[in-house]
Design a protein around this ligand. Structure first.
Ligand SMILES: C[S@@+](CC[C@H](N)C(=O)[O-])C[C@H]1O[C@@H](n2cnc3c(N)ncnc32)[C@H](O)[C@@H]1O
Length: 433
């Protein structure tokens, strides 16, 4: 019953990071409870076959429990595991992945040794004079002074903006602030996502003077009532419409609308892992689906014969083409297309296919195309283990699932990136002949 106190033992972790606790036959999802802990739990909500609860009193505490070092932990929707030691987070994340990806074997997670201030992109909603993160499962804005996973410069700029926008006549037109930085923080892009065109010249003058790393300020106009953050129209307010970063000796331009991995240190490991698992050599013809600004494609050109990247966002493809030119790489081409359909013609005579889709995973059409071609090696990079599990089950008749390597791109959150190596089954090859 609601408000009842029940003594429970946490027996597992749910995929959103809450503890799954049991008291006899009663199953309770308990916020911030860690596997192995025993607690008196207050029931907050009852469903037919399970309940939700919060810890009223901890009876047996996990040795891996820590006091959170973030003043807004669990108020904002950012981190899920601020109360758990980093090493134990990795163990729990691996168990959660293994449960979702059963029967496939999941290897140990590649850790981020320095797991603070790791994000190079911050996206902050602004409403009614408040700037912060959304509370979990809500549209309430939780303000913060120092987010421990965003970059420190971004934290300072957000604090500065809170002041500058107070009483500013145009402030009500702002919907989101977006900040992107390169890895050594020498270049910063600031995006104002607004309902309609506004004049921010006074604010820009102050920011540019105070933060010399600002290379780009863009006004992005989004008049639509939806949860898609960026609109179509962009106006360059200062500098250039991109920032430049460098990874593994390759320089890349990143624009406001283009995807770029948020954790640079782990991105280096992720790309090297992809290269190694792909067995890419001088004879390899590679197709990189969902290629963004072409980072994986560009990295693989160092060993491959030829690489083709496919991406749906026009600005990202423009960046990718320019990135190849800027680095003097010519065994590469990029195609602006929807990778979920019509890929048969690009799959012909490919030795390696990389797929790195958004959270919804691969389309049935693309999976059928992959099954229909004799691709010796597929590398599936996924940020959503649930759609990955679904897709691997569809692919496994034709492709053997060799290895699943998780990479901790998002410390303190429940999220993990997985890199999976698949090899065409010999029997499946014969059937296709
Ligand atoms: C997870 S990101 C990966 C990008 C890139 N591989 C990287 O490491 O930076 C997914 C990319 O897929 C693109 N995308 C989303 N839907 C797509 C589609 N239907 N066809 C092609 N690209 C798509 C997104 O714009 C984004 O750049």
């Amino acid at each position: 019953m609601k408000n009842e106190i029940v003594r429970c033992e946490c027996v597992d972790m749910a995929i959103d990071g809450t503890g799954i606790a049991k008291s006899g036959d009663l199953v309770v999802f308990v916020k911030e409870m860690i596997k192995g802990e025993i607690a008196d739990v207050k029931i907050t909500k009852e469903k037919k076959s399970y309940s939700y609860g919060i810890i009223d009193r901890l009876i047996k505490q996990s040795p891996e429990r820590m006091v959170s070092d973030c003043p807004i932990a669990y108020k904002c929707g950012g981190c899920d595991f601020r109360h758990i030691s980093y090493d134990h987070q990795l163990e729990l994340k691996k168990e959660i992945l293994a449960n979702i990806l059963k029967p496939f074997t999941v290897l140990d997670i590649i850790p981020d040794e320095n797991h603070y201030y790791y994000r190079n992109k911050v996206q902050i909603p602004y409403r009614d004079g408040k700037m912060g993160f959304y509370r979990k499962y809500s549209n309430d804005i939780v303000e913060f002074a120092d987010c421990l996973i965003e970059s420190e410069t971004a934290n300072h700029i957000i604090e500065e903006l809170k002041d500058l926008l107070k009483d500013h006549p145009q402030a009500a037109m702002i919907r989101h602030i977006l900040i992107k930085q390169n890895h050594d923080h020498s270049e910063l892009m600031l995006g104002f996502i607004v309902w309609k065109k506004i004049d921010l010249s006074d604010i820009i003058a102050v920011l540019v003077d105070k933060y010399p790393s600002i290379r780009s300020i863009i006004l992005n106009i989004n008049e639509k009532e939806s949860n898609v953050i960026l609109g179509e129209e962009e106006i360059l307010l200062y500098g250039e419409p991109f920032i430049i970063d460098e990874f593994h000796g390759i320089r890349v331009k990143i624009s406001l609308k283009s995807f770029y991995q948020v954790n640079y240190r782990q991105m280096l490991k992720l790309y090297e892992l992809i290269r190694q698992l792909s067995d890419c050599d001088i004879n390899s013809r590679v197709l990189d689906l969902y290629c963004g600004i072409g980072t994986i494609s560009l990295y693989l050109t160092k060993t491959a014969k030829q690489v083709t990247g496919v991406e749906i966002v026009k600005e990202a493809v423009n960046n990718a083409v320019e990135n190849a030119r800027m680095n003097g790489i010519d065994n590469i081409d990029f195609i602006l297309a929807d990778a979920s359909k019509g890929m048969d013609r690009y799959l012909k005579e490919k030795d390696i296919v990389i797929v790195d889709p958004p959270r919804k995973g691969l389309s049935k059409e693309l999976i059928d195309s992959l099954i229909g071609h004799d691709i010796p090696r597929i590398i599936y990079v996924s940020c959503n283990p649930q759609t990955l599990a679904r897709d691997l089950k569809l692919l496994e008749n034709a492709y053997q699932i060799d290895e699943i390597h998780p990479v901790d791109m998002f410390p303190y959150t429940i999220h993990t990136e997985c890199v999976v190596r698949l090899s065409k089954r010999i029997e499946a090859k014969k059937e296709n002949i």
